[in-house]
Write a protein that binds this ligand. Structure first.
Ligand code: GLY
Length: 366
């Protein structure tokens, strides 16, 4: 079992993060249940097996379990009210523990609801998707979507712990594994060349559960280090946004117009687009850009859109990104595989070229 402590200076919080197989059954040893006055479990529909395991491990009765649909559409004000009402009905107090079981949309929504209820009730994440295990459950970001913009309302509050049980991925659909793997590859791209080479050496569906323990652990180490030095995203945490300016625009367009794309598919294409920008502005070598294109493809992730999206639509969505400052898009780019730079402003021409580079069938520069 790997244990990492996520130590955040601002709030003097120390959140343990555990990674292994079969960890849910060890919950009573990991979280010292006697510290808490009561537990409630909030789980999404995709995590029913993990939820049953959590309830069995901590003897949580069905009356103290709330089920959510899961997915981005649940991240709204009405669901937030629903959760606060559930917490009130369950008579949570300042010593209660809210346990989230599910994907990133569930840890985002429930973490925000718990973090604001009674000015903050403790919450523990048991992520059941790869995306939540390597990204959403670490670092305390929580929130809901508002006015069509992802995570526009939210907070940063650290969970009391994160229990990453790789066996929870057993029932995850292949497309969701691939989606989470895009964030794994991103961790290599922004901070560890050797890790990028390792995780792009084969199709991501071919890693065994034991190998996934190692991979998820390394991703968590990378994210932990970034969060610890910049919890509130004033600087280095922006590296985690690599691929997300173009990726979020693709994701928003696909959500509104189809065909459906997972977060990771959109981010993978976004990473190629933003690596292309990095190359075009002279920061990234052509050799590295080529390695990123072939590496993402070898891992079984897309680098071009399957169906064309008009560049004008993508530009409009990029300009609405909440990461923009003073009307300017601040880009996170690569200076080489394994090292990111942030807050870069680039010309409209280069953005246009990168949006052409991700269209279906676009050829790689030579
Ligand atoms: N998902 C990016 C971050 O936590 O900063």
């Amino acid at each position: 079992m790997y244990t990492l402590d996520v130590n955040v200076a601002r709030t003097e919080s120390h959140s343990p993060l555990w990674v292994d197989r079969g960890l849910i059954e060890k919950l009573p040893e990991l979280i010292s249940p006697s510290k808490y006055s009561s537990f409630v479990v909030v789980a999404d529909a995709g995590a029913s097996k993990a939820k049953d395991r959590v309830c069995a491990a901590l003897s949580v009765p069905p009356t103290r379990v709330l089920s959510l649909t899961g997915g981005e559409s649940q991240k709204n004000v009405n669901e937030l009210i629903h959760l606060w009402e559930f917490f009130a009905e369950q008579k949570l107090d300042r010593k209660s523990l809210v346990i989230t079981v599910g994907g990133g949309a569930t840890s985002d929504l429930v973490g925000f609801a718990a973090g604001t209820y009674m000015r903050g009730v403790a919450f523990l994440h048991v992520p059941s998707t790869l995306l939540a295990q390597v990204d959403a459950s670490i670092g305390g970001k929580a929130g809901i979507n508002f006015h069509g913009i992802k995570n526009l309302i939210g907070s940063i509050a650290q969970p009391v712990g994160v229990v990453i049980d790789i066996d929870a991925l057993e029932t995850l659909p292949e497309r969701e594994i691939r989606s989470g793997f895009a964030e794994v590859v991103k961790h290599g791209l922004i901070s560890d060349r050797a890790y990028f080479d390792k995780v792009t050496a084969r199709d991501c569906m071919r890693w065994t559960p034991d190998e996934m323990v190692e991979i998820v652990h390394r991703s968590c180490e990378i994210k932990k280090a970034i969060v610890e030095c910049d919890e509130t995203e004033q600087g280095p945490r922006k590296a985690l946004n690599f691929g997300h300016s173009i990726g979020h625009a693709i994701e928003s367009f696909a959500l509104a117009h189809g065909p459906a794309l997972t977060h990771g598919e959109a981010i993978s294409i976004g990473m190629y687009g933003e690596a292309y920008i990095s190359y075009r502005v002279g920061k990234l070598s052509l050799a590295d850009l080529t390695t990123i294109d072939t590496g993402l493809t070898a891992a079984g992730l897309p680098t071009r859109l399957l169906k064309s999206i008009p560049a004008g639509e993508l530009r409009a969505l990029i300009s609405k990104d909440k990461k923009n400052v003073g009307g300017q898009v601040k880009w996170t780019l690569l200076e080489r595989i394994g090292s990111a730079v942030f807050d870069v402003v680039i010309s409209e021409d280069v953005i246009g070229e990168s949006l052409a580079a991700i269209q279906p069938g676009a050829t790689h520069p030579c």
